[in-house]
Design a protein around this ligand. Structure first.
Ligand SMILES: *Cc1c(COP(=O)(O)O)cnc(C)c1O
Length: 404
């Protein structure tokens, strides 16, 4: 086989479909987020980032930076091994306690990313619980889907956030089979939120466990940043709460929190936990500082929601269509893949605004969008500049305006 020709032809087909991904080469600057320098073949330019998942700007928070400096000076660079073989550092233990406390659970278990936590936890539960059926929301994240596949158990996909469909599918399954319902709180593309209470009610009715991915909610919702389940007083009703340390907490890593036995079970059986080097102590220390800060400080959450509201009302005034939802994610709808990419390129090249276009297959065709994520650090002037630029591009691109 001509391997090189094969790779190139596969890449060509991505180009033809307009699905080839190009990275923006950014250099973030501590103390200046959401400003970053963008490197291109023509040189460097400063841009304002409007699509970061560092939702609260914690990636540059002084308490987080200080904790990371201290940990690297104290412990050195890497963890030095897997968690089992010399890689468990005291910071890991403290972080797991911090996370268990955040979600009101007995225990926590950290992984090297949120992706790994979903993949390893769901995969292990699927493989090891005899006869388990996993009921998976149709819009679950790729990491959950891959984990469930890896579990090789029976899986049933229910219509997104549709309680009737979930109930019908639970009722149709073998009443004696063990069941797990896997879903997210905030869905990251539409910004809609699952009916957690009602899903837990169904779980109780059918004797199912619940697995909730709160990746797009931890740090941002609830009095201590425990997520939507905390805000709604439902943490104790969810069997497993999963989250990331890489989005609102501004660092890197993933985790589950649950009962002591469940975490110990995953710790003891999950290949994706056992056979990989532990997170560097610096990351664990930074995550602890970030979580502790956000447990005590509502300031970032309040300011975040204020910025979201401000952006939405500015978009409304300019007639730029955006999808209404109860979260912090502002999807500006374009509905055409080529125009979406064109607007995104022009925003970057002519207005120094960086928003990545979101096209198929991440979202369905005809719902192509700019997924805008305001942070507490975006100023009124940033919002005016973004909306003014979109206003101009909307006219140039002959896109429909929302009727106010
Ligand atoms: C980003 C994301 C993950 C993965 O988290 P990482 O820490 O980035 O690996 C898991 N679930 C959802 C819903 C996500 O959006």
């Amino acid at each position: 086989m001509d391997f090189e020709a094969f790779f190139k032809s596969e890449l060509d087909s991505l180009h033809q479909e307009g699905r080839y991904r190009v990275f923006a080469d950014l250099e973030r600057h501590r103390g200046q987020f959401p400003r970053a320098t963008r490197h291109t073949a023509e040189g460097k330019r400063d841009v304002t980032v409007w699509c970061s998942n560092d939702y609260l700007g914690m990636g540059q928070h002084p308490a987080v930076i200080a904790a990371m400096h201290e940990a690297i000076d104290h412990c050195g660079a890497g963890a030095g091994g897997t968690r089992n073989i010399s890689g468990t550092n005291h910071y890991h233990v403290l972080l797991e306690q911090e996370l268990a406390d955040l979600h009101g659970k007995e225990a926590g278990l950290i992984f090297n990313s949120g992706y790994m936590s979903n993949w390893a936890a769901l995969g292990t539960l699927g493989q090891k619980i005899p006869g388990l059926i996993i009921f998976s929301d149709a819009l679950n994240h790729a990491s959950m889907i891959e984990g469930i596949r890896h579990g090789k158990c029976e899986r049933v996909i229910w219509k997104h956030n549709d309680l009737n469909d979930l109930e019908a599918k639970l009722a149709a399954a073998d009443p004696n089979a063990p069941k797990l319902i896997a879903f997210e709180s905030v869905y990251s593309m539409d910004g809609d939120i699952a009916p957690i209470k009602e899903i837990c009610d169904l779980a109780d009715k059918f004797g199912a466990m619940t697995y909730l991915d709160e990746v797009h909610a931890v740090g941002m919702y609830g009095p201590r940043g425990g997520g939507i389940a905390e805000r709604e007083g439902l943490m104790d009703r969810v069997t497993i709460i999963e989250g990331t340390l890489g989005k609102a907490f501004g660092v890197m890593g993933g985790y589950i929190t649950a009962s002591t036995a469940l975490c110990d079970f995953v710790r003891s059986y999950a290949s994706g936990f056992i056979f990989t080097t532990a997170l560097p102590p610096t990351l664990a220390a930074g995550a602890i500082a970030s979580i502790q800060h956000l447990k005590a400080s509502p300031f970032e959450r309040v300011r975040h929601q204020d910025r979201v509201k401000k952006l939405r009302s500015a978009l409304d005034q300019a007639g730029i269509p955006h999808m209404p939802n109860p979260s912090h994610i502002v999807p500006v709808m374009v509905g055409d893949a080529a125009k979406c990419k064109w607007i995104s390129d022009l925003l970057l090249d002519s207005y120094d605004i960086y928003v990545q276009p979101i096209n198929y297959p991440t979202v369905p065709r005809k719902t192509e969008r700019l997924r805008i994520t305001p942070t507490p650090l975006h100023t009124d002037a940033d919002i005016d500049h973004l909306v003014g630029s979109l206003h101009q591009l909307w006219s140039r691109c002959a896109l429909a305006r929302a009727v106010a």
